[in-house]
Design a protein around this ligand. Structure first.
Ligand SMILES: [Zn+2]
Ligand SMILES: [Zn+2]
Length: 386
């Protein structure tokens, strides 16, 4: 009897241990999967550079994932804020899920809190083109936006203090040509359009970029993801979803809203940033570090500098304008997170008293207008040795 009892106890203990080990292993494996990529964009002027996607879908419209998954995906990819913006007028899964427009937000809210993602209550107004689709952010209630007339629908969002932007302008047109219809003009002159998607998924809309510049609208870039994000972007190849960088005081809804209405945005798309030079310039400047701190130059001789790029982007530089007393290579690529050695030339008739020199470049992938790179100076502290 005693033996049997001991054996049973021992079996129980061993089984218990095995279960605990399996659980610990499973937990560790799961914990390991919960790893976030931190995207490297500098903060500047007392603003935090927030990474946001204001256009995503779930099974509550024509998306293929549950709302909580959108939060986890965003967290893993290094985002700070997202909007779940299911279509109001298109709910193809309505036989299987609730048609209450607030459900995706309510379902995802506690997961967003756990992961520290700011979740913005939103919806996509899905009217035919013109005027096309619009996203409304920071909604209190979504149901009042369900109107057959597009103006009444947008007005219902505006009445709630929403930030409204025009989505994928021209997606139905051949060659994705964007058209500023009369309907666009009506909404714009009413003050009911605050931004335009300059990038939606894989598509860049240069006309939208121009309109944002001309009409002082926020430049927005979003994924408009419907599938699981990893089915649209190959992370192993370094791909990422397009996103809107928002320069905000902090990560709260109020600060993001304030920054959007103040048009403090840029778009991170492929290996490019798209936005106003007043934002792209400090991002570039704070990303670059040149050593040595003081560069010793001898007239007529070459020397070397090291340029470190701490940004998420590879910067692609082309020499811009006339080489002055000091000049660098015609082209330099500064890979993300790496340091490049560059040879610089010093003219023999350089001013001997000079303490500063600037190398003028154009950063081809920081787009301040369509096909227009940001002009920068690589500033050097120099000491001239005769
Ligand atoms: Zn749409
Ligand atoms: Zn959409």
């Amino acid at each position: 009897m005693k033996n049997t009892y001991t054996n049973k106890t021992s079996i129980c203990i061993r089984t218990g241990l095995a279960v605990a080990l399996i659980m610990a292993f499973t937990f560790c494996a799961n914990a390991q999967k919960h790893v976030r990529k931190e995207l490297q964009f500098p903060d500047f002027d007392n603003y935090k550079t927030l990474k946001c996607d204001f256009h995503t879908h779930t099974v509550f419209s024509d998306g293929r994932v549950w709302p909580t998954i959108r939060i986890i995906e965003a967290w893993k990819e290094g985002l700070d804020a997202i909007a779940i913006s299911d279509h109001i007028e298109y709910q193809p899964h309505k036989d299987d899920v609730s048609t209450d427009y607030s459900r995706p937000y309510e379902i995802a809210r506690s997961t967003a809190h756990t992961y520290g993602i700011t979740l913005i209550k939103s919806a996509e107004l899905t009217h035919g083109e013109p005027p096309g689709h619009f996203n409304a952010l920071f909604l209190k209630e979504i149901a009042p936006l369900k109107k057959s007339d597009y103006k009444e629908a947008v007005k219902a969002a505006i009445d709630q203090g929403a930030f409204v932007f025009w989505n994928h302008p021209g997606w139905k047109q051949p060659g994705h040509k964007s058209v500023w219809y009369d309907e666009q003009e009506i909404l714009f002159t009413n003050g009911w359009t605050h931004g335009i998607e300059t990038v939606n998924g894989y598509t860049y809309y240069p006309k939208a970029h121009k309109w944002c510049m001309e009409k002082n609208l926020a430049i927005i870039g979003n994924s408009d993801v419907h599938l699981p994000i990893s089915m649209d972007y190959d992370f192993a190849k370094g791909e990422h979803r397009p996103m809107t960088l928002v320069f905000a005081k902090d990560q709260s809804q109020n600060s993001i809203k304030e920054a959007l209405f103040a048009r403090r945005t840029a778009v991170y798309w492929e290996n490019k940033l798209i936005g106003n030079k007043k934002f792209l310039k400090p991002i570039f400047k704070k990303s670059i570090e040149i050593t040595p701190e003081i560069i010793s130059l001898r007239p007529g001789n070459d020397t070397y500098i090291r340029i470190h790029n701490r940004c998420e982007l590879d910067f692609i530089l082309t020499a811009n304008g006339n080489a002055g007393e000091v000049s660098g290579p015609g082209h330099i690529t500064l890979p993300a997170g790496k340091t490049v050695l560059a040879r610089i030339k010093c003219n023999k008739d350089i001013d001997k008293e000079r303490e500063k020199a600037a190398l003028p470049y154009r950063v081809e992938n920081l787009l301040v207008a369509p096909d227009t790179g940001l002009e920068v100076n690589l500033e050097l502290n120099v000491k001239i040795n005769p």
